[in-house]
Ligand binder design. Structure first.
Ligand code: 13P
Ligand code: SF4
Length: 343
């Protein structure tokens, strides 16, 4: 096993200890790239990571895409630049790999809104319901769910569920409401939300549209309904990026976490891309504080020390793998870059 401590020779281990206490290399990106080759690692990054991390990654993607990449990789080590639930998914789907996360404190407001005990009680109160759960949750909550969804495939998966079965949807009530509107199904919603997507201001968005009358508005379905009502296009991060490339508009307003603009600007350098404003009129409040916990320095140190690593008890991993594998099977035909419709 590549992560076995017995394979680290004393001289090597002294070298790592010395490197960890020494100052940082002058050229951090080059040092990270060299470590990646030495470790036979793959770096997976979400679109909400800092641009410098996205630029170093082997793959940048949305939650569905990154789950597929983690499941399919033959690298010995997965270095996950995203939040903890995403790295847990990588470990659940690829248990034989060493999975590293630069900062284990990188949580998610949706995950913390849905403690496993309370979710267990929610399920117990609705024994005849199918539990459809957004991937932004803990491994424990996944293990109690029937099927996991992401914002790329939630509508398609709910559309495949038996019409006579009632459905629970946790933990994002805004995504759940949007899925209900798209599918015509009634969903019993868990009352969670994303602290980042709650920041957009309807009033500032309306004013911005008045200043840019030809602009197209794109929004992530974690936004509340009053923001989605102004969107010309709604989709996951990968779908929003695809829309920026495909859109005929010269000016595009984007209502999601601001770091995705890094890829959008690369993909459409001639378009004017504007982050949707918060109440202060800027989009600076729409940065995810959890995603920001990963830095280039922590990425380097975690690769050097092969920690922090994601570990899960095997019974929990096996139980959480079932609804995740069901998700992958039910959405195998879905390309996250395919365009979704306006609400
Ligand atoms: P997607 O990248 O799957 O659209 O998810 C967004 C998100 O909130 C990740 O935390
Ligand atoms: Fe969680 Fe929101 Fe951050 Fe995504 S952007 S990780 S949903 S807090």
């Amino acid at each position: 096993m590549p992560d076995s401590p017995t394979l680290i020779q004393p001289a090597q281990s002294a070298g790592i200890a010395a490197a960890l206490t020494a100052g940082l290399p002058h050229d951090l990106p080059a040092a990270i790239t060299a470590l990646k080759t030495q470790m036979n690692a793959v770096i997976l990054a979400h679109y909400y990571q800092d641009g410098e991390i996205q630029d170093l990654a082997d793959y940048v993607g949305d939650s569905l895409d990154l789950s597929r990449k983690a499941a399919a990789t033959d690298a010995d080590v997965i270095v996950f630049c995203g939040v903890r639930f995403m790295a847990e998914v990588a470990k659940i789907l690829s248990p034989q790999r060493l999975v590293l996360l630069p900062d284990l404190r990188a949580g998610c407001s949706l995950e913390s809104s849905c403690p496993p005990d309370q979710f267990r009680a929610f399920r117990a109160a609705h024994p005849d319901h199918i539990a459809v759960t957004y991937i932004n949750c803990s491994a424990e909550v996944k293990a109690m769910s029937d099927v996991i969804v992401t914002s790329s495939n939630a509508v398609a998966i709910v559309n495949q569920l038996p019409a006579d079965k009632p459905i629970l949807f946790a933990p994002d009530r805004h995504l759940g409401s949007w899925v209900a509107r798209q599918t015509g199904r009634q969903l019993t919603l868990w009352p969670g939300s994303c602290i980042v997507h709650l920041q957009f201001s309807e009033r500032e968005l309306v004013q911005l549209r008045v200043r840019h009358p030809g602009a197209e508005v794109l929004a992530h379905p974690e936004c509340p309904e009053e923001i989605l009502a102004y969107a010309d296009f709604i989709g996951s991060t990968a779908q929003l990026l695809a829309r920026v490339k495909a859109s005929p508009a010269d000016t595009i307003i984007i209502a999601t976490e601001s770091h995705i603009l890094h890829q959008m600007r690369k993909a459409a350098p001639d378009k004017t891309l504007i982050g949707a404003p918060g109440v202060d009129g800027s989009c600076s409040c729409n940065n995810c504080p959890y995603m920001a916990m990963n830095t280039l320095e922590k990425l380097y140190r975690c690769m050097l020390s092969r920690s922090p690593r994601i570990e899960l008890p095997e019974p929990l991993r096996l139980a959480a793998a079932k609804p995740l594998e069901r998700m992958l099977a039910m959405s195998a035909a879905i390309d996250p870059t395919a365009l979704s419709r306006k609400d």
